[in-house]
Design a protein around this ligand. Structure first.
Ligand code: SF4
Length: 264
């Protein structure tokens, strides 16, 4: 794993989801095969290592945030848009923890989205926020498949248990079901996940799988390597038409109405 410590001049980025976004790292050790962040990261970072095998650590992030926060209009922060704030290296560097500390002291709203139960380490800080939401992404209930497509993230069980623990601590929680990767998930599994999310957490978001043309070759390579003989069938079922997604959307709307937040 290539680890590079860097100093940044700016840490609050613009976001379409919230007022700001903060990415404590560049790169992500979780190494999900479908990750879109690598598509965006390549636009500003020329890195030869494969996605998942490098992390740039923004070691001065909290210090810069302390300065920036004084000059910016108070708003909500999304952690994180291009990386997972609780990927394994966070255990050592605690950059996310330091950032949260600054945001809590300044009473800013935070939305955390992760695939790691490491977020529980920071419960003490999370409880200081007046407004905070923590969400976990789950793409499949099949743990064997999870190990292949999201190899270095927490297990599904760990994510669900962490989310339940956060909920018990009166922290607002959400389940992010997505991207929906057919044929890795089927309707029955999606339904099960959504019903579970609605019963146990505050919000459920659902998003489709979005094709990124520059990643197609890598995705094809991954499918061939990981699914051998089945590669053709899987590849064909992965890339869906707009009409297919329109139907998925209609079916989900019919079944769950306004109870879920559909992002497509
Ligand atoms: S956790 Fe998110 S940022 Fe990290 S590899 Fe997976 S999809 Fe990409």
């Amino acid at each position: 794993m290539k680890i590079v410590e860097i100093k940044v001049k700016k840490i609050l980025g613009e976001s379409k989801i919230t007022d700001y976004t903060i990415n404590p790292y560049i790169g992500c050790q979780h190494s999900c095969f479908y990750c879109y962040s690598k598509h965006y990261t390549r636009k500003f970072l020329k890195e030869k290592e494969e996605w998942g095998k490098f992390v740039y650590v923004k070691v001065n992030a909290a210090k810069i945030l302390e300065k920036e926060i004084r000059k910016k209009k108070k708003g909500s922060v999304y952690l994180s848009s291009l990386t997972d704030p609780y990927q394994p290296i966070e255990k050592k560097y605690k950059i996310t923890r330091e950032i949260l500390d600054v945001l809590a002291k300044n009473n800013w709203k935070v939305i955390i989205q992760t695939k790691s139960s490491l977020v529980l380490r920071d419960l003490d800080i999370l409880k200081k926020f007046e407004e905070i939401e923590v969400g976990f992404t789950i793409t499949t209930l099949n743990e064997n498949l999870r190990k292949i497509i999201e190899p270095f993230s927490s297990s599904i069980k760990e994510r669900i248990n962490a989310l339940k623990k956060l909920k018990k601590e009166n922290i607002r929680t959400f389940l992010f079901v997505g991207p929906l990767i057919f044929p890795f998930v089927n309707f029955e599994e999606i339904r099960k996940l959504i019903e579970f999310g609605l019963k146990n957490f505050d919000e459920v978001f659902v998003d489709k799988f979005r094709v990124k043309n520059d990643l197609m070759k890598e995705w094809k390579g991954f499918i061939a390597k990981s699914f051998g003989r089945e590669k053709e069938r899987i590849w064909e079922s992965l890339v869906k038409s707009n009409g297919f997604w329109k139907n998925v959307r209609l079916n989900l709307k019919k079944e769950f109405g306004k109870e879920i937040i559909l992002l497509f």
